[in-house]
Design a protein around this ligand. Structure first.
Ligand code: HEM
Length: 525
């Protein structure tokens, strides 16, 4: 009873215990042979305390390690373009005006580690878990509408190029642009990322995009292709490099702080969900593939129409439990929402739960933040590391298999809804998609920017490419000239490279060029 933490009369604070529920009488001194030691090995409290501490870290996410989570609700409008939304999807969460669904939303940066600066030029993650009555729906998106690559097989490469050098452990523009200059489909993303949108002012001031193409399915089994967009009520604000540097000089976590404090003040951030839609086919009339995540769908032809709003009104009660362990995946869909054949989406759908079984553990879905808390969960899954919940198994708890005539669980009724999905008849192959059209939308994006955004983009490209070897600079200027003359000429000027200097470059192996690309190429000399 010598410990300074020992309970004294009149102190009504709760008593410290071990995880076994034993009161801790001395939290200051190990159990030793005499006051000077040595320690004894049966000292349960000390061993539990130190060995749990030794295991406090789990692997951080391989991407999106730094993030912040908050909770709130999604409220449906019940309509799409003035019509009942049931005409387009049978997903229950969207049906009635005013219907609310609990959500968790995790914002993140991508490349830096768990404690890295939130002022980085980097895409921002925008991942939402909807706890619906039909089970969970995860919509795992980013703040930029497109992505660097269109085939999941390239994801480890693009991330390795963006992550620190394996030798110097510094993020190196020469490695980033080495990869990007050989990857023409990245130009649209780069034009966004190196503009002020590449450093959102805070998490409250950015858009969210599902990026990949999904399907909506009606009660009759009719399907359509959709893309998701989140618009912040607070407006969209980005930072220049100078703004970001000034913030970073005194705060590495300004965006997490901003979100947390806004919610504590009762200023609940809000976004509206808009959906673009097109018929479920290959759309040969378009100059891009609707499943290509390096493209946006023109809003004049495919208007983004509102379907609901999302409000964040509660901070996490524990960062590790709610933010570090939360696990999202693109395969987590509910009835009425479906995948598409988008080659990125399919690769992502494998990757998320694979990494979470490693990062959090095989029973990660039993953790409170990941549980399908508004649906009934009854599986025949058994055991495994840290098994926590025993699923209800009907009247006979002995039956953890199916089929069975002894009770246990049965398959759900299909409710007469036919299964949907494309009929595909094609040779198994490894090929890029037709209609890659890598430059036109990047050029349109540049032309739509305000002058100060264009200037900032040119400055950022020039500063980063200035740190690259000459052949990488030349190839990037070549791409940027194909994106838009003005952009290529201005970046080239900053680097001392003219259009004539790059006119000898041949297209990359296998690269598809449109007639417009050929015309621009011919003009270089
Ligand atoms: C996180 C893989 C593309 C958005 C992750 C994680 C992996 C991953 C392994 C870590 C997950 C975890 O530890 O829980 C991939 C692969 C991709 C891909 C293989 C391409 C094939 C994308 C795209 C987007 C995106 C296109 C945006 C639409 C996110 C977000 C997170 C994330 C927001 C963080 C989720 C969270 O907050 O926990 N991704 N990703 N990813 N990814 Fe991707």
């Amino acid at each position: 009873m010598e410990g300074t933490g020992a309970m004294t009369t009149g102190d009504d604070r709760p008593v410290l215990t071990t995880r076994q529920g034993h009161p801790v009488y001395d939290n200051q001194n190990q159990r030793t042979v005499g006051p000077r030691g040595p320690a004894t090995l049966e000292n349960y409290h000390f061993l539990e305390k130190i060995s749990h501490f030794d295991r406090e870290r789990i692997p951080e996410r391989v991407v999106h390690a730094r993030g912040v989570t908050a909770f709130g609700y999604f409220e449906a409008y019940g309509t799409y373009g003035g019509e009942p939304i049931a005409r387009y999807t049978r997903a229950k969460l969207f049906q009635e005006a005013g219907k609310r669904t609990d959500v968790a939303l995790r914002f993140s940066t991508v490349i830096g580690g768990r404690d890295s600066a939130e002022t980085a030029r980097d895409p921002r993650g925008f991942a939402i878990k909807f706890y619906t009555e039909d089970g969970n729906w995860d919509l795992v998106g980013n703040n930029l509408a497109v992505f660097f690559i269109r085939d999941a097989i390239k994801f480890p490469d693009v991330i390795h190029a963006l992550k620190p050098d394996p030798v110097t452990f510094r993020q190196e523009p020469a490695r980033i642009f080495d990869f990007m200059s050989q990857t023409p489909e990245s130009m649209h993303m780069l034009v966004n990322l190196f503009s002020p949108r590449g450093i959102p002012a805070t998490y409250r001031h950015m858009q969210g995009f599902g990026v990949n193409t999904y399907r909506w399915v009606t009660a009759d089994g009719e399907s359509r292709l959709v893309k998701y967009h989140w618009m912040p009520k607070a407006g969209v604000r980005g930072l220049t490099e100078e703004d970001a540097a000034a913030i970073q000089a005194h705060d590495l976590g300004h965006a997490t702080k901003d979100l947390h404090e806004a919610i504590e003040r009762g200023e609940y951030p809000e976004w509206e969900l808009l959906v673009q839609m097109m018929s479920d086919d290959e759309h040969p009339e378009l100059d891009f593939d609707p499943l290509d995540d390096t493209k946006v769908w023109p809003e004049n032809d495919f208007p983004a129409l509102p379907v609901g709003r999302l409000v964040l009104d509660r901070n996490v009660s524990n960062n590790f439990a709610d933010n570090e362990q939360i696990s999202f995946g693109t395969g987590v869909l509910v009835d009425g929402l479906d995948f598409s054949e988008d080659k990125m989406l399919i690769g992502r759908t494998f990757s998320y739960s694979d990494t979470q079984r490693y990062r959090v553990g095989p029973n990660y879905l039993q953790l409170p933040v990941n549980q399908a808390r508004n649906a009934d969960v009854r599986t025949n899954q058994s055991d495994g590391l840290m098994m926590y919940a025993v699923d209800g198994r009907g009247e006979n708890p002995h039956v953890n298999y199916e089929p069975s005539i002894s009770g246990g669980l049965r398959e759900a009724d299909l409710d007469g809804s036919p299964e949907v999905g494309p009929v595909i008849n094609a040779r198994i192959t490894r090929q890029r998609i037709p209609r890659t059209n890598d430059y036109v939308q990047a050029g349109q994006r540049y032309c739509l920017m305000h002058q100060w955004e264009k200037d900032d983009l040119v400055k950022n490209f020039t500063a980063n490419l200035g740190q690259c070897p000459r052949p990488i600079q030349e190839r990037m200027v070549w791409h940027l000239l194909l994106v838009e003359d003005d952009l290529g000429l201005r970046v080239g000027q900053g680097l001392g490279i003219s259009a004539a200097d790059v006119s000898h470059l041949e297209p990359l192996p296998g690269q598809q060029l449109t007639e417009e690309d050929q015309r621009r190429l011919a003009g270089l000399g």
